[in-house]
Design a protein around this ligand. Sequence first.
Ligand code: SAM
Length: 356
Amino acid sequence: MNLNDRIATAIHDKDLADVINAILASDVSELTAEQVDMLRRADTACNNIRDLCHQASGELCDQFDRAGIGYQIDEQELNASQIHQFSISLQDRNPTQAMSIARQLGYHPAATLSGAEWEIFWRSNDGTVLTRTDDVTMRLRLRWPQSNRTAWQAPFWPNLDDAALVPLPTSLWRLVFALRPIAILARRLGTPRRKTSIGEFLGTPVDLVPQLLAFADLKATDVVYDLGCGDGRILVEAARRYGCRAVGYELDKSLCRIASDLATRQGVDHLVEIHNVDAMAADVQRANVMFLFQPPETVARLVPKLLQQLPQGGRIIAHEQSRLECDPSASETRPLFSKDALTVAHLWKAEPRRDA
Ligand SMILES: C[S@@+](CC[C@H](N)C(=O)[O-])C[C@H]1O[C@@H](n2cnc3c(N)ncnc32)[C@H](O)[C@@H]1O
C-alpha cells in the first residue's frame, strides 16, 4: 500500500495520529521529502484538532459548572485527534438549560425547535448533535438520560410531525398527545411532512477549500455545482480563484442568504447562483464539476446517478473522513491537510455517455 492510501485508510479507521506517530518514529529514509512533509502536516493537524476540541469543551464545561449542571465528558472522543467533535453526557434528564447555554456559546441544533416541539423532542430522544460553525465546524454530541417508556406506550407517543400540526407553548406540550390522532389523519389526507434533509450543515474547513478546488483541477470554463452548498464557501472560492460559474442548491433558507451575502462581499455575485431548492430536484444539466459533502450513504446513492448526467470530462469531488463505498469507486483518492483540519478527497471522472 502506498503512503497516500495508508494515510487515507488511517483516517477512515480513525487512528491517524497513532499511524503517523508510528511511521515518523520508524526509519523515514525511504520516504521523499514531500512525503515527510505530508506526515508532518498531518501530525500538526491532529495536534491542533485535539487542542481545539479541548478548548471548546473547556469553555462549555466552565459554563455548565457555573450553572450547577452535572455532566461527564467522553475523554476518549475528546482526545480522538482527527475529528472536531466532543461528547458530553448530562446527569439530569432535562437538557433545556444545557441547550440554552450551548446556544449562547454559538452551538446550533440541526433544527430549531421551540415550545411543545422541543419538549416532545427531548422527551423522545436521548441526545442530539449541535454544531458551531466557523472556519471549521465543531460538533457537540449532547446526551441525556432517556425516560423508561414501555412498549405499549410507544404507539401513542407523539413525534415532531405531530407537534408541528399546531404550534403550542411549552406549558401545553401534553396536548400534543391529544392531537396525535388528528395529525395522523391529516397526514393520511396529504398534509405535507417536514422536508427531508440529506445531511446536516457542516462547513468544509475553510483552509481545505483551496486544496479541494485544486484537486478538482478547476478551469475558468467549468460550471461548478455544490449539492447542499451550505454557506456557499466552496462556490464562492471557486468563482473568486478560478472565475468559473458556480451554482448551489441548499434546503436551509438562512444558509442561502449567508451564501448570497458571501458572494456579494467577495465580488463574485455575478458568477454565483444560490437556489433554495431541494438538491434532489436540482437541474444539473449545466454542471460539469460537482462537489458533494454529504453523509457517505447519500454520496453512494448520488455518485452513480450524477456520473450518468455529467458530460464527458465532468468530475465529482466528494470528501469525508469516513469511507465512501461508491460504485464505481473513485478514480483518485487523496488525504488533504491544513493547519487544523483534514479530510479524504475522492474524485470521479465521467466517461463518454453511451447515448452520445
Ligand atoms: C455537510 S453540509 C456541506 C455544506 C457545503 N457543501 C460545504 O462543503 O461547506 C451539507 C448541506 O446540505 C444541505 N442539505 C441537506 N439536505 C439537502 C437537500 N435535500 N437539498 C439541498 N440541501 C440540502 C444541508 O442543509 C447542509 O447545508
